[in-house]
Design a binder for this molecule. Structure first.
Ligand code: I3S
Length: 128
């Protein structure tokens, strides 16, 4: 009898369009630049695609659509950010590498699903 890591039992996969901005990069504050980005949660990575919105032509892995940036969720933390933006439903994501992002959606149910998926992923990889 042995226990399988949670991440093998419940692999995290989620995608959709999110409003996102960096606020800190490698520990340094950067200017906000909200963009709407097609976002993929895959394993312990969160990938933000280049380009606007969730165009159906976007295919992960194809040469025209390299991820704009990837966030490593191992050792990351999230919390609801009430003070960091005038927008509602804002999540603050801090990575172990010192990058801080805000992610946001107007639709409360959808952002709650992202909050749940991200926090489950973070805790699933916590032991590493
Ligand atoms: O936290 P801030 O500085 O008030 O954030 C706002 C600014 O980044 C603003 O752009 P510029 O001041 O760089 O032109 C953005 O347009 C706003 O969206 C930012 O505020 P919110 O509250 O939307 O995160």
């Amino acid at each position: 009898f042995f226990l399988l890591p949670k991440r093998l039992l419940q692999p995290s996969e989620k995608c959709g369009v999110l409003n996102v901005t960096k606020i800190t990069e490698n520990g340094k504050k950067v200017r906000k630049n909200w963009t709407s980005s097609w976002t993929v949660l895959h394993g312990s990575s969160l990938l933000f695609a280049k380009g606007q919105g969730g165009g159906t032509s976007w295919k992960f892995g194809s040469s025209q659509s390299k991820p704009e940036f990837t966030v490593d969720l191992r050792g990351a933390s999230i919390e609801w950010a009430k003070q960091k933006s005038s927008k509602k439903n804002v999540i603050e994501l801090k990575t172990r590498q010192g990058t801080e992002l805000l992610i946001q959606l107007e639709h409360e149910t959808s952002i709650n699903e992202w909050y749940k998926a991200l926090s489950e992923t973070i805790s699933a990889w916590e032991s590493d």
